[in-house]
Write a protein that binds this ligand. Sequence first.
Ligand code: 1CP
Length: 403
Amino acid sequence: MSRAVGRDGCGPFGGVAGSVPVSSELPPGHPLRSAGVAQSSLIRAARGDQGDDVPVWFMRQAGRSLPEYKALRAGGPMLDACFDTDMITEITMQPVRRHGVDAAILFSDIVVPLRAAQVDVTIQAGVGPVTGAPVRDAAGVAAIGELGDTSGIEAAITRLTGELGDTPLIGFCGAPFTLASYLVEGGPSREHPLTKAMMWGQPEVWARLMERVADLCGEFLRRQVLAGASAVQVFDSWAGTLSRPDYERHVRPHTQRVLSHIADLPVPRIHFGVGTGELLGAMALPDVDVVGVDFRVELSDGISRIGPDHSVQGNLDPAALLAPADVARARMAHIIGQGSAARGHIVNLGHGVLPDTDAEAITDLVGWIHENGPALRREGRRRAEGDVEGDSAPEPASGKVVP
Ligand code: 1CP
């Protein structure tokens, strides 16, 4: 493990709400050294400075719901696109241009560092990541290489930070459990049975696999930050398949190991998983600034489980974007109201944009949030502070919401 620098408390920005984080560790010219990015709504919310503005971006905003993405990607393999500087730059910018979201997320995939470590992995259309030789034993783990060349990705990040101006770029990686599940199962899985069988039945092989994957992801994350990413998100998409004791014992230390690779780099860290209502408290690691809340959890319950030392992100059900605009807006108003009780709240979905989503529904909702979010936030804060009679936020079930 590299660069495990001691940290005092809850993430790089925890406890410094209101001040601009000063870093001597980020390279000269890094966007987070500029006031525009450091004071952007996303970075402030991540570090616990809940203002009136309401930052919004969407998981999986780059890609499948955009016609311009489909036109650009037509015919080429997904993972080739993920190493192509021009493709990465253009696809990352598409949702920022179209929707006016408050952050870009790098166009990539969680299996990119595996490909960069010479693992035989492809992304099959309509399926997802598939590996040539599933990892089932110590020899399989030993065959995973070191992280190779990612210079095309770093070049895209550098170019993007120039194009994005004051809009932060979020870098990301998969968490070791989610990646290990693809490696062990050989592809997508609902129950992850072979993964759990290895975790319980071959704990030493499991630990070695998780360490190898954690180091690949951590190093990849570090390269993204040094190239210009101003925040990072760790996706543990499938951790929700685990009980809390299994998560804490067999998984969480390895996610911590990923973060140790960027311990000296003061960028906000977001930690997200699907179906993780039972795990939220355990996922609120001291090295994490923001915990992403899945759409199955009422946001106020999530905030209670996560506690006061972390900001939250989420958590509109992605299916709401397929319902009439009034429905999506009403549900969003409820979420912004509840999020006002957190130390910081980044608006997002509770999982990724669904492929059938009409891109215009996303643009509409972003505009509506920018227009109405500040009033909803102020109202939510008054309710959270007990100045207003009634429950903590308007119920989402009814149609129209007037802030
Ligand atoms: O050809 C295509 O367009 C394939 C669809 C696609 C896209 C656009 C895949 C295959 N990956 C991506 C890009 C991607 N993947 C992004 C882009 C940036 C953005 O958010 O806009 C991100 C963040 C990911 C991350 C990712 N990949 C996750 C974590 C997020 C999540 O949704 O839970 C996971 C689990 C993957 C694996 C993966 N890659 C692709 C698919 C279809 C899947 C899921 C397969 C499964 O069900 O197991």
